[in-house]
Design a protein around this ligand. Structure first.
Ligand SMILES: Nc1ncnc2c1ncn2[C@@H]1O[C@H](COP(=O)(O)OP(=O)(O)OP(=O)(O)O)[C@@H](O)[C@H]1O
Ligand SMILES: [Mg+2]
Length: 253
């Protein structure tokens, strides 16, 4: 990999919850690096602690132990340079596509004309030109995900974190979204952390895959992927990689 600037370092991160049933550790001593410009995939089984990890990385949640280093400095709290595409997509139902996409810019006090222009650019980029005035409920699941991606990009994040964004889509739409996301990433050159529990998706998208274990989650292994893009999912090198990762995984899929 060429880009060796570290955008983020996660150092010895642990998270323990205290609830009715006592202590529960979701994350145990996780360390990982995120390089500038890369497409990093975090692959882990259901309920292993992926969302908790992402929430800590973005500052939405506090760790029990360990550090988040952002651009070489310890970071605590919400990081405005990080954008999130949430697992439970939270579009505003009574706002149109364009209003949803420009919302963060509106909160920042950006004037209407400018924010409309930016929102339109990203709506077009995700393939939703013509749907600006639609409401979320008038869109398919895949289209709603596209709005979520446009909204995250429009806020101009340096690092974009996506939490299983395609998990609920049918296989056909999912493949299409994977391809489109790669095109956007290649065009926009943002750093992406993409979380999934799907090995094929991980192998198709990632520059590197960080494989997590079952809960309490730890880093099992890091796989750099040097298969050239666009990747052929039925090529021997792709299937070999997929098999190697499957053999080492706790995934319940
Ligand atoms: N606020 C909380 N209090 C107590 N336990 C929590 C809390 N948040 C998450 N957990 C627990 O931590 C574990 C990991 O949850 P998390 O949502 O990170 O899993 P995940 O890997 O994102 O799962 P999925 O693949 O279903 O999205 C789960 O057992 C969950 O119940
Ligand atoms: Mg999750």
């Amino acid at each position: 990999m060429e880009q060796l600037n570290k955008r983020m370092e996660v150092r010895n991160l642990s998270k323990t919850f205290f609830g009715k049933k006592g202590y529960f550790t979701a994350i145990e001593d996780v360390s990982l690096d995120v390089y500038d410009g890369e497409f990093l995939v975090i692959l882990g089984p259901g309920r292993c602690g992926k969302t908790v990890l992402l929430n800590i990385m973005s500052g939405l949640e506090e760790q029990t132990e360990g550090q988040i280093i952002y651009n070489g400095q310890e970071w605590k709290g919400l990081n405005p340079e990080i954008g999130m595409v949430f697992q439970k997509l939270a579009l505003m139902p009574f706002k149109t596509v364009i209003e949803n996409v420009e919302l963060a810019l509106k909160f920042r006090g950006m004037e209407k004309e400018k924010r409309r222009e930016i929102a339109k650019h990203y709506i077009e980029l995700v393939g939703l030109k013509g749907f600006e005035e639609y409401y979320p409920k008038q869109l398919s699941g895949g289209m709603q995900q596209r709005v979520g991606i446009a909204r995250a990009y429009a806020a101009d994040p340096k690092l974009l974190i996506m939490d299983e964004p395609f998990g609920k889509l049918d296989a056909q739409t999912r493949y299409q979204m994977q391809e489109d996301l790669l095109k956007i990433w290649e065009k926009e050159k943002r750093t992406i952390i993409f979380v999934t529990n799907n090995i094929e998706e991980a192998c198709y998208l990632g520059d590197r895959i960080i494989l997590l274990s079952d809960c309490p989650t730890k880093v099992k292994k890091v796989y750099p992927i040097d298969i050239s893009r666009p990747r052929d999912m039925v090529s021997k090198e792709f299937l070999d990689l997929r098999t190697v990762i499957s053999d080492n995984t706790d995934l319940s899929i």
